[in-house]
Ligand binder design. Structure first.
Ligand code: MN3
Length: 237
């Protein structure tokens, strides 16, 4: 009895946490009517395309946001529409295909929506060092901010092929953990939610850094918006 109640509370907490996280990304036209789909939308960048220079060039930012992220939004909408059509027709032959498309494109939409927000113009919200509660939590969970940065940077640099370096918050034990994602969605862990991430697909850095991914990862700290990271964690607590 005691166990099942605890499990229920944990599940209920997870649902609440997911809700908080959903609020972290750009609001979409929420569907309330039965059978009505959400229309996922490309969120506006919170700064100009050239605002992260010299660390991320304007052309990369424009292509990344207006083409790559937009493609994930369109792909997610298409996958969810196709699954609704399958429900209507009763033909589920392509369900494996569409669930994969929904996971890939949904992961891309979510991570990019977070990515734009956890960056800010250098010296104007971006860069510097984490402070306050976030600093204390990083020190508690990684030993020091420097140790966290080294671990996170290594995880990001070592992603095999396309993917992400990610810092997740795990509500169950109030911990920050570093993970990788391949593509937009593989290698994740359940019940741990991304609060900071760096895109290490080549489209994120190749124009400026070519094959030097480690240089891009190192430079990226100059645009990290630590206040947003703290807000992302607070939304899950
Ligand atoms: Mn990308």
């Amino acid at each position: 009895m005691e166990t099942s109640r605890r499990d229920f509370l944990r599940v209920a907490g997870g649902v609440a946490a997911s809700g908080a996280l959903a609020g972290m990304v750009a609001p979409t036209a929420a569907a309330q009517e039965a059978g009505q789909l959400t229309t996922h939308e490309l969120p506006a960048l919170p700064y100009a395309y050239d605002a992260l220079e010299p660390y991320i060039d304007a052309t990369t930012m424009e292509l990344h946001h207006s083409r790559h992220h937009a493609a994930y939004v369109n792909g997610l909408n298409a996958a969810e529409k196709a699954m609704a059509e399958a429900r209507a027709s009763g033909d589920f032959a392509l369900m494996q295909h569409w669930t994969k498309r929904a996971a890939f494109n949904g992961g891309g939409h979510f991570l990019h929506s977070m990515f734009w927000k956890v960056m800010a113009p250098p010296g104007d919200g971006g860069g510097g060092e984490p402070s306050g509660e976030l600093r204390k939590q990083l020190e508690r969970d990684f030993g020091s901010v420097e140790a966290f940065k080294k671990q996170f940077g290594a995880a990001a640099t070592q992603v095999e092929g396309s993917g992400w370096g990610l810092l997740h918050y795990r509500p169950e034990d109030d911990r920050l953990i570093v993970l990788q994602a391949e593509n937009q969605h593989k290698l994740t862990a359940w019940n741990a939610f991304p609060v900071l991430g760096i895109d290490v697909w080549e489209h994120a850095y190749y124009l400026q850094y070519q094959n030097r991914r480690a240089d891009y990862v190192q430079a990226w700290w100059n645009v990290v918006n630590w206040e947003q990271v703290a807000d992302n964690i607070a939304a899950l607590q």
